[in-house]
Design a protein around this ligand. Structure first.
Ligand code: ASC
Length: 541
């Protein structure tokens, strides 16, 4: 069938964590409305840019856009931005069931509130059952605007955006207004109903499927429901060999479904919590209420919120990553060998005094003419024709602060032969600060990849490849690379188009932490004129 949606995108004053700021809403809401469809449906979304003075693009995160690479919604890659006042119609097929997302993909616009969920119902029965299907989107929240942050990150000397002021659970958080006495009540008001906690009401004795997604700007999170175990059954639209957790680690751009049984003392409510992990947290926990009907939904649980795992417990996070495998009845085996291996060293660099992130010492920036148009029209002057390297200096010490004096900025891209098997090894390293390595969630557009493995330290081609999981690897579109560790992925270059692969942390992609893959450009059909209008694509029809 065909599903029609209309999205009115505009700025509104909102106080999601009691602090009033301009946020981007979709049809008046943030998170925006959930897009519901059936596997195989065509989804048509008419987007109206009512931001007045700001461009826009919306990415359909996890939807592979097979045959419609021009509707991936990635500004500078698949389309020109949607101008203020303009309407843009996205049309794509949701070919797989599962939990996906949509969000802005223009500058750091996502963190202003432009995001929501896509739920695709399956045509076949699923390998688990439940009574109710509910969704929770997790986020972190800054009080500064996207523009203030962009100015900080682009300044000399470099100024970091810092930790978020609060964590939102389904669009609601709580900033302690009294911490900043100078804030007047019309700016920060703890009794504003807009920042009353999110409540998930449940009936006792039932089974809930909870779709948990993260669209944080920065934070890796630990998600927990006080006193309740969660059985993980879906990750990024793929069925998981079920495993039980007390806390779910979730990285920006990931989606999970967990099964929760409401079999606890029904005379009270429980805390739903999110906490920052992997960075020395200063942001208070996100708190919501798991409300057992008929207790009052706002009644605080009688116990304190459960304490989160230690922020620097990398082993616990690595262990959970390793547990995520394909469900035994849904195994889709990867090819046993690959045709091309690209090792991607992730580093922080200083280039001309600016702070950047780089892959193999190349920091990425977007061109003015979207790659898809430039490649299709053979506009070879529109971006660097030099591809970034497939590996890095084998003597590089990932455990210390390196000078990386030869780092450059480039908008060159990886050109993949069509229909081959590509391995990507993400290699983490020390940042420009001593004894520090961060977690980076990498997201691939246009594909699901097999997650072949994770490890600690420097990837060793001779030994680590022997431990690849070629039996039941999960397929995903977003995956963490843990501090001082590596992550190995495999995918087929079988989707004609131009696809971004990048760190899902807003500021990190802004600082250059991404690459572009081109595959099968000669097989891409006629581009719609609606994606044109910028750079050298002016006047093309
Ligand atoms: O990109 C980043 O910059 C800061 C810090 O490294 C600056 O010193 C940080 O924590 C990031 O993630």
């Amino acid at each position: 069938g065909v599903r029609h949606y209309k999205c009115e995108v505009k700025y509104d004053y909102r106080s999601p964590d009691c602090y009033k700021k301009l946020v981007i809403t979709i049809n008046g809401q943030t998170p925006g409305p959930t897009i519901e469809a059936q596997e195989g449906d065509t989804v048509i979304v008419e987007v109206n840019n009512d931001l007045l003075t700001e461009n826009l693009a919306i990415h359909w995160h996890g939807i592979r856009q097979i045959g419609t690479p021009w509707f991936d919604g990635t500004e500078g890659v698949s389309q020109c931005p949607i101008l203020p006042g303009d309407t843009f119609v996205y049309q794509f097929v949701v070919d797989r069931p599962g939990t996906y997302l949509y969000h802005a993909h223009y500058g750091m616009q996502r963190e202003a509130g432009l995001y929501g969920m896509i739920r695709v119902a399956p045509n076949e029965p699923e390998p688990f059952t439940y009574d109710f299907d509910r969704s929770i989107i997790l986020n972190d929240w800054y009080h500064q605007s996207t523009y203030e942050q962009a100015a900080l990150l682009s300044s000399i000397p470099f100024q970091w955006v810092g930790e978020p002021q609060s964590l939102l659970i389904h669009g609601k958080g709580r900033f302690n207004c009294s911490l900043t006495p100078s804030l007047k009540a019309d700016v920060c008001n703890s009794s504003n109903p807009q920042c009353s906690p999110f409540v998930q009401t449940v009936i006792t004795g039932k089974t809930y499927r909870l779709r948990v997604a993260s669209l944080t700007a920065l934070s890796a999170l630990s998600f927990q429901i006080e006193g309740h175990n969660m059985t993980v059954v879906e990750a990024d639209g793929h069925y998981v060999d079920p495993f039980v957790v007390q806390n779910l680690y979730i990285y920006s751009g990931e989606t999970y479904s967990v099964i929760v049984k409401t079999d606890k003392d029904p005379s009270r409510n429980y805390w739903i919590t999110s906490n920052v992990v992997s960075r020395n947290r200063t942001t208070p926990p996100g708190l919501a209420i798991f409300n057992y009907y008929p207790n009052h939904p706002m009644r605080s649980p009688p116990t304190p919120p459960p304490s989160p795992p230690a922020w620097d417990n990398v082993d616990s996070r690595l262990a959970q990553s390793l547990k995520i495998k394909a469900h035994q009845s849904y195994i889709n085996k990867p090819p046993t060998t690959s045709d091309r291996v690209i090792v991607m060293l992730n580093t922080q660099n200083s280039i001309d005094g600016y702070r950047h992130w780089s892959v193999n010492n190349v920091s990425f920036f977007l061109p003015h003419t979207p790659y898809l148009i430039a490649l299709k029209e053979n506009f070879t002057d529109e971006f660097s024709q030099t591809s970034p390297p497939d590996s890095y200096d084998s003597n590089y010490d990932i455990f210390s602060v390196a000078n990386n004096t030869n780092a450059t900025s480039s908008n060159g891209i990886y050109r993949l032969q069509f229909n081959i098997t590509v391995d990507v090894i993400l290699q983490n390293a020390n940042t420009m600060n001593k004894n520090n390595s961060e977690t980076h969630p990498w997201h691939l557009h246009g594909h699901d990849f097999w997650v072949l493995g994770y490890g600690k330290g420097k990837f060793d081609v001779n030994n680590d490849t022997k431990n690849y999981n070629l039996v039941n690897p999960i397929r995903k579109n977003t995956v963490p690379v843990h501090p001082f560790g590596w992550t190995a992925l495999r995918f087929r270059s079988d989707n004609p188009g131009v696809w971004a692969f990048h760190c899902h942390i807003e500021s990190h992609f802004y600082m250059g932490m991404g690459v572009i893959f081109e595959e099968g450009i000669d097989r891409v059909g006629k581009l719609p004129s609606s994606i044109m209008g910028c750079g050298k694509s002016k006047g093309i029809n």
